[in-house]
Design a protein around this ligand. Structure first.
Ligand SMILES: Nc1nc2c(ncn2[C@@H]2O[C@H](COP(=O)(O)OP(=O)(O)OP(=O)(O)O)[C@@H](O)[C@H]2O)c(=O)[nH]1
Ligand SMILES: [Mg+2]
Length: 650
């Protein structure tokens, strides 16, 4: 996509007419005033027969809003300067806007050479060289031309072709997005929306949402450069016929994107660059006109680092919008504001940058964590793999491919490819249910778990360790991430299992001698009792110890895995559980299932003891309960060397 730029009356529209044969000033007011007010579009046939589009923008300062809307879609600028006038205010301002938009290609049309002497041409060309030094147009060819006499046109056209060839094609990757440039209705067909897509590909039948708002509809037909087409891509001039969208809800500045792909927001984080030409301080919370895509809204600049900015400075800011916009990370924006300094007053372009994050939460100044996060985003922008990695890292918890897709504005197949890369690099780890988690999150959780255990052991030398639930509270991380962290710590033998939880590797609880003796006595009583275990109160009576002491010792024995707590009143020795498992295995050896009664009879104990034991076997997935029957659970199946049942989730 080509676009014009340059001061009012310097001959942009005249050059477009010469290039394309099209008259783009079509409004009655444009014809009457002899100046461009709104954007014009024309297809241009290059010497190689390729068709590219040209956006003709207005040069008058009053219509800069339209110029910015037009400039957002272009790849190559035809930067027009009249040889008689030379450099004028909007020559400078348009150049600044194009630079802020991230434009990288273009050429200068030194127009109206029929009106000046060769010396003047040379002088203006030299002025332009100075103006363009250090900008994306520093190396751009300067082509003398006259849109009226046609002098220099051949050279200009040839050079234009070369510049276009150097520019290369847009990728068409990502989720389809197009800012509405224009809208009209066609009798019998309904609403037609035009624009230059910023990303992705659109095809007939695609369902699109108009944002902000809740209008959605399917693309019935589409045209590219005015001809019927089956698909439209980023960077092309696309017209979409979407009858379901009411034309009254459509206007420039809205965005079409697949429903649910992105949401309008009122806050956006960005790195703001203030132009070197701004000769007065820019204060915190300055009211600005924010231009993104074809939209322009009022916003305030909340500075996140310093409370003031000066010419040429950059800093991280949060743009607080007066109205929501469907912004996305990576979007380029331009800010214009009413500032005055000697020799200047009124609305002017003061800077711009790229959106780094979007949301609806006000950020506070000087929060190191926020600033580092935004700086990381700035560095990852433009590299899809790095960005995906960062999104996963930022989440710190499992993310589904769908969530990652949203965070990257990528298509499903692109997300799958990115995830595969991250997996291969060891950065994304499967977290169950198709989700992934960043390895750094697991590492961080592991470090937290180890620190929690270390602290706990130091403070509680008599205790065996911490349960998963306790660790979860102490580490304050996502449960799945903690489980992955614990699994990796177990595998690396940095921690080990206790009866009910986890301890540092090699940890052994130290009890005071008196407690140690008592705990050995209690353990022995339970070991001897087998399935018909006494209550703690009975043990206390038998040992002539106060019940609270016995209870405390029993809790420690449970932590160590010596005793197993079946319910609030019943504990058994771990050997009794092991023996019960053997009984269950024997029963499964005879029949695929057994009842509670059969189990009770095999143990030769009363229901009072058999039922809690069996419930415990269910809990540890040794058995599985189906009504009154028990079938082998995961653990029993392993012992019986049975294949897992088809619906087993383990
Ligand atoms: N002599 C001469 N006149 C020109 C040339 N190019 C354009 N003009 C005249 O300059 C006037 C302005 O030309 P436009 O093409 O409308 O200028 P523009 O840059 O599109 O102006 P805006 O869109 O309002 O910014 C018209 O009267 C043109 O005929 C040229 O090369 N030589
Ligand atoms: Mg014009």
């Amino acid at each position: 996509m080509l676009g014009t730029a340059g001061h009012v009356d310097h001959g942009k529209t005249a050059l477009v007419k010469l290039l394309t044969g099209c008259e783009t000033d079509t409004l009655a007011e444009e014809k009457q005033r002899g100046l461009t007010i709104d954007l014009g579009f024309a297809p241009c046939r290059l010497p190689d027969e390729r068709i590219v589009g040209i956006v003709d923008v207005p040069g008058h300062v009053d219509f800069i809003r339209n110029m910015v809307a037009g400039a957002q879609g272009i790849d190559v600028v035809i930067f027009v300067v009249a040889a008689d006038d030379g450099i004028m205010p909007q020559t400078r301002e348009h150049l600044q806007i194009l630079a802020l938009m991230g434009l990288r290609h273009g050429l200068v049309a030194l127009n109206k050479i029929d009106l000046v002497e060769p010396a003047r041409r040379e002088a203006v060309a030299a002025d332009m060289r100075r103006l363009l030094a250090g900008t994306f147009l520093a190396e751009a060819p300067v082509c003398p031309v006259s849109a009226v006499t046609g002098e220099g046109f051949d050279g200009f056209f040839r050079t234009l072709h070369e510049v276009v060839q150097r520019c290369g094609d847009r990728s068409g990757a990502g989720v389809f997005r197009v800012w509405v440039e224009d809208m009209f209705t066609v009798r019998g067909a309904g609403t037609v929306i035009t624009g230059i897509p910023v990303a992705g590909v659109v095809r007939a039948g695609d369902e699109l949402a108009l944002l902000p708002g809740d209008a959605t509809g399917r693309v019935r037909r589409l045209q590219v450069y005015g001809a019927d087409a089956t698909e439209g891509r980023a960077g092309e001039c696309v017209a979409l016929n979407i009858p379901e969208i009411d034309h009254l809800s459509v206007r420039r500045g809205r965005l079409l994107a697949p429903a649910g792909a992105l949401a309008p927001v009122t806050m956006a984080e960005a790195e703001l660059q203030i132009l070197p030409t701004v000769k007065c301080p820019v204060e915190d919370y300055l009211e600005v006109h924010l231009h993104v895509g074809t939209a322009a809204v009022t916003a305030n600049v909340a500075m996140l680092e310093q409370t003031e900015m000066a010419a040429g400075q950059r800093q991280l800011v949060q743009l607080r919008l007066a109205e929501p916009l469907p912004l996305a990370a990576g979007d380029r924006f331009v800010l214009r504001a009413n500032l005055s300094w000697p020799g200047h007053s009124g609305l002017t372009t003061i800077g711009g940058g790229r959106i780094l994050g979007t949301g609806n939460v006000r950020l506070r100044r000087k929060k190191q964590w926020t600033l580092e996060g935004l700086a990381a985003r700035r560095d990852a922008l433009g590299d899809p793999a790095r960005w995906a990695e960062l999104m996963l890292r930022e989440r710190g918890a499992p993310m589904t491919p769908g969530e990652l897709q949203c965070a990257c504005l990528a298509r499903p197949e692109e997300t799958a490819r990115l995830l595969e890369q991250l997996r291969a690099a060891g950065q994304a780890l499967p977290a169950g249910g198709g989700a992934f988690v960043h390895a750094a999150a697991v590492q961080a959780a592991a470090a937290k778990a180890r620190a929690a255990l270390q602290e706990f052991h130091a403070a509680n030398p008599q205790r065996a360790g911490l349960t998963r639930e306790e660790l979860l509270t102490l580490a304050g991380v996502d449960a799945t991430v903690l489980d992955l962290a614990l699994a990796s710590l177990l595998a690396a033998r940095q921690i080990e299992r206790t009866g009910t939880g986890f301890a540092q590797a090699g940890w052994s609880a130290r009890l005071p001698d008196r407690d140690q003796r008592l705990s050995e006595q209690v353990a022995e009583i339970f070991q001897k009792a087998g399935w018909i275990a006494p209550t703690l109160a009975e043990v206390a009576t038998a040992l002539r110890e106060p019940p609270p002491r016995v209870e405390k010792v029993a809790r420690l024995l449970v932590e160590r895995g010596v005793l197993v707590r079946l319910d609030e009143r019943l504990h058994v020795h771990r050997d009794a559980v092991g023996a019960a498992q053997e009984v269950a295995l024997r029963l499964f050896g005879r029949a695929p299932r057994f009842t509670t009664m059969e189990f009770r009879d095999a143990l030769a104990v009363s229901r009072k003891y058999a039922v809690p034991l069996l419930d415990h076997l269910d809990r540890i997935r040794f058995t599985a309960r189906n009504g009154h029957d028990r079938t082998p659970g995961v653990e029993a199946r392993r012992r019986l060397a049975l294949a897992p049942p088809p619906n087993d989730e383990s």
